[in-house]
Design a protein. Structure first.
Length: 68
């Protein structure tokens, strides 16, 4: 599961870089905005999976324990 979350973060950073490129170099604001929104959604999904609950364990830890 950690590999999937890592790939999501790398893809989000690539989307942000691509959005900046499209916005600054090519002037495409609509496509760049959509890429930035998608990157924000991906980052929020990773945060949801990794932020610990009140009990102190993250949802990703529960998945890893269930798979073992």
């Amino acid at each position: 599961m950690n590999i999937v979350l890592s790939i999501l973060m790398l893809a989000a950073f690539a989307l942000i870089a691509g959005a900046i490129y499209l916005w600054r170099v090519k002037g495409e604001s609509k496509r760049a905005g959509l890429m930035a929104v998608l990157a924000a959604i991906m980052i929020m999904n990773v945060a949801i999976w990794t932020v610990p609950t009140d009990e102190g364990d993250a949802p990703v830890d529960r998945v890893d324990q269930a798979l073992d």
